[in-house]
Design a protein around this ligand. Sequence first.
Ligand SMILES: Nc1ncnc2c1ncn2[C@@H]1O[C@H](COP(=O)(O)OP(=O)(O)O)[C@@H](O)[C@H]1O
Ligand SMILES: [Mg+2]
Length: 553
Amino acid sequence: MSQQLGGQQILILKEGSTRTRGRDAQGMNITAAIAVASAVRTTLGPKGMDKMLVDTIGDVVITNDGVTILKEMDIEHPAAKMMVEVAKTQDDEVGDGTTTAVVIGGELLKKAEGLLEQDVHPTIIAAGYRQAAEKAQEFLKDIAIDVKATDKAMLKKIAETAMTGKGAEASKDKLCDLVVKAVTMVADEDGTVNTDNIKVEKKTGGSIDDSEIVEGVLIDKERVHPSMPKKVTNAKILLLNAAVEFKKTEVDAEINITHPDQLQAFLDEEERMVRSIVDKIVASGATVLFCQKGIDDIAQHYLSKAGIFATRRVKKSDMEKLARATGASLVSSIDAITKEELGKAGLVEERKVSGEEMTFVEQCKNPKAVSIIVRGGTEHVVDELERAINDALRVVAVVVEDKKIVVGGGAPETELSLRLREYAASVGGRAQLAIEAFASALEVIPRTLAENAGLDPIDMLVEIRAAHEKGKKTFGLNVYEGKAADMKAAGVFEPLRVKTQAISSAAEAAIMILRIDDVIASSKSPSPEGGMPPGGMGGMGGMGGMPPGMGDY
Ligand SMILES: Nc1ncnc2c1ncn2[C@@H]1O[C@H](COP(=O)(O)OP(=O)(O)O)[C@@H](O)[C@H]1O
Ligand SMILES: [Mg+2]
């Protein structure tokens, strides 16, 4: 693009850059962001549909999870990417509500578009949205319900709501019990929960009902030698990050053997060395060895003779989990092996899961690490179950931490919408229009829940709204019976943080997109020096006698 200065053209951008400004830029960005929201909209709620995503190499993912869909979609448009960020932030902060956040974000922009058409300035819309988002947080805190972190029945309902519609329907009861148990087990006294302590291990085969919780750590490894014990009680555990084998020389050395005795001496030396390592392990009192590196044949032989259970090439992340659970230190040199470094577990046992051997480390000294084995008929089922379980783990953890919940089913959104409309009237002026737009945008949640359940969205919305106007704050949509109903009685609960985070990130993204009135994009493939742009005649770059960017603003 260029500016005229006394007939002289001054170029400020590189050739090939494109620029879109004003309403065009806004229109473009808004359209792209709305497109992202519509892509995930049909998956919202218990009756939401699934998506099948096929990547460039033909791998298939079948999911109902907002953030997974958007991550797999490989979105390019910059404004659309901002909506993907909304989903990712939601996922990082709460682990659930990703579709909700994106759908609200899209609707905020749709409503803003209506206002832009009525010539309301984007700055005014942005300011009104900001004001509305702040008020919404206040209202949300006001309608939140306090719960106890020890209320297992309530935690289970929260897990159930997060899992609804995620292909776990038939075994929801069982899986939610596992989730609540796992979170309760890893919760600290101060109320914080680190869900990283919970290992979700997938195994294809068997049925969902065979899923189980292991109080301890589950390692996808078998013992190195069949004559080692399969089961060790009161295990003294050594975590070793060094190879149990004959140390090879650093440089390639050649050993010239001229006499058979020398060969025997050499082999004896090798065996003696490995044996001394094993002796050191035995002397420490260890009965179980998890080795991050290799264990060679001779070592395997001596270890099994000593009755030690050993596994090799254990993943680093598993070693860390084992250290936390058993109180063992990670020992990184053979010389440092002592009794003090060992950890403890009541039971270390190799058991079969779906025909594959796995090592179970149970009754650990510190039970802060637990594992959930997720079973299911096919890989796609297990993958989607894992996502559902992860969502449920996160929401339960969030509630244990925050101790605040709201009901679901579109009830909080309807209540907020109502209160924001009242608030808008008290504000007046042009900001009122923006706050009202924000208020009606929130109703996209009950509306979409209705649409996805094959119900008439207008009828349903009118019914829910009417209930709220009568002060029934917890009324939302019963998607199964197609009518407004008390979500509290129905047991549909979500963490407060799901809603506060969804509304704040949706509003932030919408505001940011609205405030953009100029999009300057560098060309992707700069034209070669002095030559024609790769796009040929039609390119935006310089062409013939035409100054570059002539057609631009
Ligand atoms: N049993 C239920 N009845 C009505 N609404 C429900 C029920 N279970 C979940 N919901 C609602 O479904 C929405 C969440 O849908 P979901 O597909 O999980 O999307 P998200 O990615 O936003 O979590 C929430 O508004 C929640 O309140
Ligand atoms: Mg959800």
